[in-house]
Structures are given as C-alpha cells and as structure tokens.
Write a protein that binds this ligand. Structure first.
Ligand code: B1M
Length: 212
C-alpha cells in the first residue's frame, strides 16, 4: 500500500498518531505537501463524508477523522503557507453562525496566506455582528464566508444584508464558498465572488487586491 493510501486510511480510522507519523514520513520521502493534502488527507475525509452521508458511521467517528485530518494538516501547514513577509491585502475569513465545520475554512486561510494576503481567521460559528466588528477593527478588503450545510448557506446571505444595514458593505468584497455553495447562489445573495476550493479562494482574492 502506498504511503498516501496509508494516510487516507489513518484519517478514515480516526487514528491521529498514525496520521501525523505517516505525514511526517511522506515529507521525509519528499512527497509534496499538496500531494499529501489532496491525495492523502482529503481522500480520507471525503470517504468519511460518503460513509457519514450513507448513515454507515456517526458523529463521534467523523470527529475523530476530523481531528486526524486537522493534525495532519498542521504538520504540512508551514509548507503551504508563504514565508514571504510582503502582504498585498487583508481579509477576514470565518465559518458562518450555526456551522461548526472549519477544516475547509482553515485550508482557505492557509492558501490565501500563501498568496500573501494577511488573513484574520475568525473561527467557526461566527455571527454577522462579529464579522461587522472584524471589518471595523481590521479594515480588510475581503470578507470570506464559509458554509458547509444547506441550512447555514442562508446565513451567508444574512451576513451580506447585515453588512448593508451596518453601512460597511461598500468597504469590502464578499467571497463565499463551501461544499453546497455555487456561483448561482453567490449571484442570488449578492456576494462578489465564489470559489469552489481553497486554491480558487486564493486566486480570486489575490486578483482582487492586486487590481486595487
Ligand atoms: Co458534518 N456534514 N455535520 N461534520 N461533515 C457534512 C458537511 C455533510 C455533507 C456530511 C454528509 O451528510 N455526507 C452533511 C451536510 C449535509 C448538507 O447540509 N448538505 C453534514 C452534516 C449533516 C452535519 C451535522 C448536521 C450532523 C449532525 O449533527 N446530525 C453536524 C452539523 C454541526 C454544525 O455545524 N452545526 C455536522 C458535524 C460535523 C462534525 C463536527 C462531526 C465534523 C466537523 C469537524 C470540523 O470541521 N472541525 C463534520 C465533518 C468533518 C463533515 C464532513 C465529513 C467533512 C467536511 C470537511 O472537512 N471536508 C462533511 C462531508 C464532506 O464534505 N464530504 C460533512 C474537507 C474540507 C477540506 O472540505 O469543507 O468542503 P470543505 O472545504 C473545501 C471547499 O468547500 C472550499 O474549499 C475547501 C478546501 O478546498 N471552501 C471554500 C470551504 N469554505 C470556503 C470558503 C471560501 C471558498 C471556498 O471562501 C470564503
């Protein structure tokens, strides 16, 4: 079995220690951080999603897999992040209220940072009021809203409305994403941008801030 398969299996098994050990071993064998992420860790968490969706496993198993995935990402994160000191713009990024999924959002933060954007990670379950306070405090050009549930997608629209009411909507561009989110949804709720994945979020953000 290849090392990348062993990594995805360790995530599926929710085995944090093995995941971390295998990720370190892959790095030592010159497997790139992006291969470890895309062909190892992501394969594992996606399989967990399939089994969870089919009712074959339950939340505690998913939580263990998420912990293994997160700890695995921690090992490679310094390789995904840019080490350059120059930043070209600023963003605040969070998962919206009611939604606790933060693995994808963390990857978005990592990739945006690797595009030299100064990103404040607001965490998960972030209220519209917290996004507004974040805009006032940090003065970002971009606000990133992640949502993983069909129910919390609506909150992305609510945040945009709240930014309008608070008079800060024209100070920022709003980028949205998350598994159930589409360009059509972005258009419907008046978001400025949509990205299907973390790399896309970084490309969109860099293109916007460097156009200013
Ligand atoms: Co939940 N969950 N979960 N879960 N979970 C999903 C999302 C689900 C699809 C599983 C399934 O049924 N197959 C399903 C949602 C169904 C739906 O609404 N369509 C689901 C459900 C139902 C639930 C609960 C309601 C279950 C319950 O309690 N009955 C519950 C909700 C809790 C809550 O949030 N209030 C719940 C709970 C959990 C855990 C806490 C156990 C755990 C989260 C742990 C954590 O994040 N710390 C969890 C997990 C791990 C998952 C799955 C298995 C994996 C999610 C993930 O991390 N994917 C997920 C199934 C799946 O997605 N396959 C599932 C890997 C990650 C890298 O991808 O997050 O999609 P993703 O991020 C991508 C892109 O979407 C994009 O870029 C990222 C990287 O490329 N992206 C953006 C994300 N945000 C972006 C923002 C951007 C741009 C791009 O711009 C700002």
């Amino acid at each position: 079995m290849s090392l990348l398969n062993e990594i995805s299996d360790a995530v599926i098994a929710g085995n944090v220690e093995t995941t971390v050990t295998k990720v370190k071993q892959a790095l030592a064998e010159n497997v790139s951080a992006s291969e470890i992420l895309n062909d190892g860790l992501m394969v594992g968490i996606n399989e967990i999603g399939t089994q969870f969706g089919a009712g074959k496993i339950f939340v505690p198993t998913v939580l263990m897999a998420a912990k293994a995935m997160n700890d695995g990402v921690d090992v490679i994160k310094h390789l995904l992040e840019s080490e350059g000191p120059t930043t070209v713009g600023k963003a605040i990024v969070g998962t919206v209220k009611g939604d606790l999924h933060d693995i994808g959002k963390k990857l978005v933060v990592l990739m945006m940072r690797s595009a030299n954007i100064d990103v404040i990670d607001m965490g998960a379950n972030v209220t519209a009021e917290q996004f507004i306070a974040g805009i006032k405090e940090h003065k970002p050009q971009i606000v990133g809203l992640s949502a993983l549930l069909t129910t919390t997608m609506n909150e992305q629209g609510n945040v945009i409305k709240a930014l309008e009411t608070a008079g800060v909507r024209d100070q920022v561009k709003v980028l949205i994403g998350g598994a159930p989110v589409t360009q059509g949804w972005a258009d419907k709720i008046g978001a400025d941008g949509f990205a299907a994945d973390a790399a896309g979020a970084a490309v969109w953000s860099k293109a916007y801030v460097t156009s200013l």
